[in-house]
Design a protein. Sequence first.
Length: 268
Amino acid sequence: MPKKILIAILGVAAIVFAAYTLTPQYNSVQAPVIPINQPKTKVKQVELVLPNASPITARVEDYNQPTSLWAVVSKEHPLPDAHFVPAGLAVPPVRTRIDKSIAEQSLRSDIEPDVIALFGAAEAAGHSVMVASGYRSYEQQQIYFTSYSRQYGEEAANKFSARPGQSEHQTGLAFDVSLTSRECYLEICFSEREAGKWFAAHSYEYGFILRYPEDKTAITQYQYEPWHFRYVGRDLAKALHDSKLTLDEACPYLQAALTEMKARGAAN
Ligand SMILES: [Zn+2]
């Protein structure tokens, strides 16, 4: 082939190639991006607003589920399965009452970082405290409740001890705190000790709430328990602290957030 023809062919090919690559291969009007597989976490993030508290944007937990960090377990809201056992129970690396069973020294391991942070901060503030009682199985709770009922009568016992299947301790998210000296052990006077005051004031910073406050006994249906703390996560704990609502009183707000989450889930 003559050299000139070859150059001409290559030149034409180069022009065609350049024209092709320089021409937009798509419509210049940007089409909206339609996500096909939107991450589920985004759908589950909704705003939760409690009165007198800053709104929180959180992954909404179904408070009806015993595995939920927001699980509501009470006399009126017993565990759906009375024999529920949470997964991942472990003795946290903080002081625990070692003469209790391994099970009762345990809490859910996924909340361990905040358990360590809470007890670390308490120790740093000068308080020698321990987990006196953490997870309790249905059977363990039955033993306690039967024993207290024999001692005080069933009605009186149920003011400070839950029937099996109705105890937060069965979720692995609640514990009773005590001084290592065991002074004021599970007694109201714990609230007057410096450690009791510290826990009441600071536990929310680490995701825990004082579950049975003195001025809410009619709502919680339990006596004032300055030693009983319950994990709900830092966002909700702060919102509950600021709003001064119990977990029971927050139920309608949790339900509203849950309904919104489900509606969004359906829309997606
Ligand atoms: Zn308790």
